[in-house]
Design a binder for this molecule. Structure first.
Ligand SMILES: [Zn+2]
Ligand SMILES: [Zn+2]
Length: 113
């Protein structure tokens, strides 16, 4: 089950994101639909998660699907920014607000599958 998190900044920018892995996180067929060129041969236990990311060009935070190796935690593939198709940078909490640069507060806002 994934976590839905709500992020807010002092400047008023806010965003709710579905992070982590849902029901299909370890379903290889489903992962292949999101990452058609994924090669599972070198991956011990592939898992797909929505990772917290920032696109500097769009000045937005977002949830970007990544393919990881569960054993090493290493990110093998990641989708681009869904808005501009450019590179989105993976981020850790506390994430900096892409609008004003202040650290954003985040709160749990439920779960998703
Ligand atoms: Zn973008
Ligand atoms: Zn802000």
């Amino acid at each position: 089950m994934g976590d839905t998190r709500y992020f807010s900044s002092i400047c008023g920018y806010e965003k709710q994101l579905d992070l982590g892995g849902g029901l299909n996180a370890i379903n290889k067929e489903f992962i292949s639909r999101v990452f058609p060129d994924a090669d599972f041969s070198g991956i011990g236990r592939p898992i797909m998660e929505n990772a917290l990311a920032v696109c500097g060009r769009c000045r937005e935070i977002m949830a970007v699907p990544v393919l990881k190796d569960m054993d090493t935690g290493k990110v093998i593939k990641k989708l681009p920014c869904p808005l501009c198709n450019g590179e989105a940078d993976l981020a850790e909490e506390p994430v900096k607000c892409p609008q004003c640069g202040s650290p954003m507060e985040s709160f749990p806002a439920g779960n998703w599958d």
